[in-house]
Design a protein around this ligand. Structure first.
Ligand code: EPU
Length: 419
């Protein structure tokens, strides 16, 4: 198991490029199951979650080959219709193969994802939608067993917007007979990106990026060539890194048009964020101002940036309040940040943060993906040495974050430790 060791206090200076988006790659890879022939995807990030979805596809008999950032996926022959517990438990997004498999192969057995560090994260809305389209669902031995004839279009209303739920049902509806309406759908940019890929494949989709998506099913889809969009959460994480170190960095390939709420909050905190011709200039200032934040579905403030923003607020002047409305247990980073000297109180789904003058380096443990990013950020700003263990959480969703930060001047290195 690797550890990341950081000596805090270095200003970040220079240029850094954002990698392809994790949460766009995962549904897009799953969508390759909808068509025969070879898809080609560019700008695929090198992440543990990407390797997991590839394993899920391999296990279904799909051919996947990789050359650097380019993946070729050929799902002409699907020889197995099961996504086993061993894979789904390592990555919940494996559930994204359920919709495409039922739509094309009319049968699928997918392990129910278990609990998760950040919340219960049920999949009832995915299943409700598939049932409305004519799928018979049985839950047996920890697995979802799904069986259908050709799916039928349906009117589906989500109680709450769900990102992967919207994606799963959009993929299923693409091959259904008739029209599906997804009401109260997720509007995240990654949902729109998937809709674009499905449209390139020949699907008929209207309204992606709004609360009502209409999908008119077609009989078959074709493979595509597509470049994965940059990762807005990685870009936001790098911005916070600059803010915490009073840095001056240029972020290349930065999807700023999808980051309005995050950028507004960072500017409110005193940071300067200015689009330039070929990137986005981000400058941190001496005084961080306290700002309140409430996580919301897109276009609100993303829950995936909450932990990172909390580190910035830990060093702000004054009191800030962060409310988490998406996941019930997404404050697990707080106890580790407290060990570094942060003054944070939790009341229900609210964190009350009294900014402190400085954080001090400590040995801390990553517990989930965004929590681990927040600990690395805290280490960049802290006095002395921070050692973050269990960085496999970080590697699920950040491509070479340690190397990117080192190139910007951070004193950071990855060391092997005995298991
Ligand atoms: N929910 C239900 N029933 C369902 C589905 C969701 O009650 O059937 C609830 C969830 O428990 C949660 C809320 O709905 O309270 C929203 O969850 P959502 O389904 O939108 O989350 P997700 O699709 O499982 C994706 C991202 C997450 C990100 C969330 C919220 C992917 C692969 N994952 O998860 O990303 O936090 O949307 O934006 O797209 C991450 O990258 O670190 C990460 C956790």
């Amino acid at each position: 198991m690797d550890k990341i060791v950081i000596r805090g206090g270095e200003r970040l200076i220079g240029e850094v490029e954002v990698s392809g988006s994790k949460n766009a790659t995962l549904p897009i890879f799953a969508s390759s199951l909808l068509a025969e022939g070879t898809h080609r995807f560019h700008n695929v990030p090198d992440l543990r979650d990407v390797r997991t979805i590839v394993e899920v596809l391999h296990n279904l008999g799909v051919q996947v080959s990789q050359e650097g950032r380019v993946y070729r996926i050929d799902a002409t022959h699907v020889s197995n219709l099961e996504a086993p517990y061993d894979l789904v438990k390592t990555m919940r997004a494996s559930i994204l193969v359920l919709g495409p498999l039922v739509a094309r192969m009319r049968r699928a057995t997918v392990s129910l994802p278990g609990g998760c560090a950040i919340g219960a994260r049920p999949i009832n809305l995915h299943l409700m939608g598939l049932e409305a389209m004519g799928t018979k669902i049985d839950l047996r031995g920890g697995y979802v067993e799904a069986r259908a004839d050709r799916l039928k279009g349906a009117d589906i209303t989500f109680d709450i917007p769900t990102v992967t739920g919207t994606e799963n049902l959009m993929m299923a509806a693409a091959l259904a007979k008739g029209t599906t309406r997804l009401q109260n759908a997720a509007m995240e940019p990654e949902v729109v990106e998937l809709a674009n890929v499905l449209t390139e494949m020949g699907a008929r989709i209207n309204g992606a990026g709004t609360r009502l998506i209409e999908i008119e099913g077609v009989d078959s889809l074709q493979p595509v060539e597509h470049t994965i969009m940059p990762d807005r959460i990685e870009a936001g994480t790098l911005m916070v890194a600059a803010g915490l170190t009073r840095g001056n960095i240029k972020i290349l390939n930065c999807p700023i048009r999808h980051m309005e709420t995050v950028v507004a909050k960072l500017r409110e905190s005193g940071m300067e964020i200015d689009p330039e011709e070929d990137g986005v200039r981000v400058v941190g200032t001496r005084r961080i101002r306290s700002v309140d934040v409430k996580t919301q579905p897109y276009p609100g403030f993303p829950t995936d940036m909450q932990a990172q923003f909390m580190v910035l607020m830990s060093l702000a002047k004054g009191l800030s309040i962060i409310t988490e409305t998406i996941f019930e247990n997404r404050f697990i980073h707080v106890s580790e940040l407290r060990r570094m000297g942060a003054n944070i109180r939790i009341q229900g789904n609210t964190a009350i943060i009294q900014g402190v003058e400085s954080l001090s380096g400590a040995e801390v443990m990553a517990t989930d993906l965004r929590a681990s990013a927040s600990l690395v950020l805290a280490g960049l700003a802290a006095d002395g040495l921070t050692k973050v263990s269990r960085v496999y959480h970080l590697d699920r969703g950040y491509e070479a974050l340690d190397r990117k930060l080192a190139k910007l001047g951070a004193d950071i290195k990855r060391v092997k430790e005995a298991d």
